[in-house]
Write a protein that binds this ligand. Structure first.
Ligand code: ZN
Length: 245
């Protein structure tokens, strides 16, 4: 479906999200930072956001590719599952299993398991179950080589819950904003006279305030929150970051 080349190199980190521009608002700074560290990163959007009032699905996918480039992602794809009606059904899981076995990510970022928008939690559950199924050797035998990601981390920014950890994205924040504004059909100035320029400033201010809030939790300017279901391991308590006083 995604038509990856045969010599596609496995991803170190893959962010899976419901809609184009979710990643830019929730975990894009972390993706940028990991790419800067030399990791091979990718983004897989479940839908093309065709329920949005502005632009077309084709245009949004094109814009998402540009946004991906701005976030230094090695690869970005779109499943074209139906927007606003995303469902965790067998056919969708099996399609996703095939893609995961090609992308072969070591770590995946999923949307947090509770959300207001059903697409967000459905995307998280669909992707979680697909990650598990992708590792079953006897599932769809012969069609693809089994692969199960080592770790699943959840992007919790939309959920307003206490995160398990926060990534410092102070140095990546501006690049992440530039990636978001690649969606010109959503955030561009095509609506002359409707005060869209202030709207863009407003979006920037809102995202900065949220990033600032999470950054503050770890003593930096901007941060992105994540939750994990497993306990985090610490090997050296003497060098732990984030001061207590
Ligand atoms: Zn969304």
């Amino acid at each position: 479906m995604l038509n990856l080349p045969d010599d596609f190199k496995p991803l170190d980190l893959l962010a899976i999200a419901a809609h184009p521009d979710d990643v830019e608002q929730t975990c894009g700074g972390t993706l940028i930072r990991m790419a800067e560290m030399g990791y091979r990163t990718g983004i897989l959007d479940m839908t093309a956001g065709e329920m949005g009032t502005r632009g077309t699905p084709a245009l949004r996918i094109e814009e998402s590719r540009e946004a991906g480039r701005r976030m230094l992602a090695a690869w970005r794809g779109n499943m074209r599952f139906p927007d606003a009606r995303l469902e965790n059904v067998l056919a969708a899981r099996m399609t996703l299993v095939g893609e995961l076995r090609q992308l072969r990510p070591r770590v995946v970022i999923l949307p947090y398991w509770e959300a207001r928008h059903p697409d967000h939690y459905n995307a998280g559950l669909l992707a979680y179950e697909s990650c598990f199924l992708a590792g079953l050797a006897k599932l769809d035998e012969g069609a693809s080589v089994p692969h199960r990601p080592f770790k699943v981390i959840y992007s919790s920014l939309y959920a307003n819950v206490t995160p398990s950890f926060v990534v410092d994205i102070t140095a990546q924040f501006e690049r992440r904003m530039a990636a978001l504004f690649a969606y010109e059909s959503q955030y561009g100035d095509q609506d002359q006279g409707s005060g869209l320029f202030p709207a863009r400033e407003e979006i920037r201010e809102r995202l900065a305030a949220i990033a600032r809030f999470y950054g503050n939790l770890i003593g930096v300017k901007y941060g992105e929150p994540f939750a994990v279901k497993e306990t985090l391991r610490v090997d050296d308590v003497v060098s732990m970051g984030v001061r207590s006083f």
